[in-house]
Design a protein around this ligand. Structure first.
Ligand SMILES: [Zn+2]
Length: 300
């Protein structure tokens, strides 16, 4: 992809240091609401560990409190996790995630605007190992995931190494596809699709897997819609589409989650065949039109 490093998204939450290694239990988004605010304030006062970890950085935790209270957002000191002076070996990688996050959400903001809707940004948290979310404890074993109640995407950068080495899907656009897929789930959440699928699954439990597959394939198609927008702005290089298609093929949850024992289960784990995932990513990519992503009435 064509992109320039050096910028950090205001929606990026860098918790790599505060979540790594285990040991100290994390204060975090345990239940949302007031409890969370109190936990964050405590962390701020104590000035150690967890979400409010780096004292003096100013924006991060305080910004979050203000966000929760609905007040103005303090510009995020996103790198809350690392000593600013220490070299960060993953800096370029984090910059890339940040770039893709903003680019994907920019495309959706425009899509929503065109249909008279308002887009609300998701956040993206980088963590190591395990982290607390409104969906419970998230672990790297599950792969990247989206948690609807806190509208957050959660990624352990180790997944991208696995994507390349274990799943055989290397390349920056493969990573971009993964991020765009997760933001696709956020779009489904904003559009109420998420909720409809859940309600319908409750009414018709024997359709649960089928509905899950359709929801996942739609997220793939939405990722493709972004890919199209990236293509039209000449952000893609030769080989990028192939990287995306290879990634779509490789990230069936059956393969990602062979490592078991995950607490968070924000998505059901039926994602469709490799061929289906490629087909729907491609449909979004070729058309650039979210209306072509109606996986719920299509013959799969
Ligand atoms: Zn998914």
């Amino acid at each position: 992809m064509r992109w320039s490093p050096g910028k950090r998204s205001g929606n990026l939450r860098d918790r790599r240091a505060s979540t790594g290694g285990g040991g100290i239990p994390l204060p975090g988004k345990l239940g949302g609401g007031l409890g969370t605010i109190i936990v964050i304030i405590v962390a701020l006062l104590v000035g150690t560990g967890g979400d409010g970890g780096s004292t003096g950085s100013g924006g991060g935790a305080l910004g979050e409190i203000l966000e929760q209270l609905g007040g103005p957002t303090v510009p995020a000191a996103t790198d809350d996790a690392l000593d600013a002076d220490a070299p960060d070996p993953e800096r370029r990688q984090v910059d890339f995630v940040s770039f893709v996050l903003d680019d994907v959400q920019g495309v959706w903001r425009e899509q929503f605007r065109r249909s008279g809707e308002q887009y609300r940004d998701a956040t993206l948290e980088l963590f190591r190992g395990r982290t607390s979310t409104a969906c419970g404890t998230g672990t790297s074993d599950t792969g990247p995931f989206y948690c609807p109640p806190d509208q957050g995407v959660y990624i352990d950068l180790g997944f991208f190494r696995e994507l390349s080495d274990r799943f055989g899907a290397p390349g920056d656009f493969a990573q971009a596809y993964v991020i765009a897929h997760e933001i696709g789930h956020h779009v489904q959440n904003l559009l109420g699709i998420d909720e409809q699928v859940r309600a319908r699954s409750e009414r018709e439990p024997d359709r649960e897997n089928d509905l899950s597959i359709r929801q996942e394939l739609q997220a793939d198609c939405f990722a493709g819609v972004w890919g199209h927008a990236a293509y039209t702005r000449e952000l893609l290089e030769s080989g990028d589409l192939e990287e995306g298609l290879a990634a779509a093929e490789s990230v069936g949850d059956d393969r990602i989650q062979e490592a078991a024992g995950a607490d968070v289960n924000p998505e059901t784990w039926t994602h469709g065949s490799a061929a289906q995932r490629q087909t729907w990513f491609r449909r979004g990519y070729d058309s650039g039109d979210p209306e072509r992503c109606d996986t719920f009435s299509a013959d799969l």
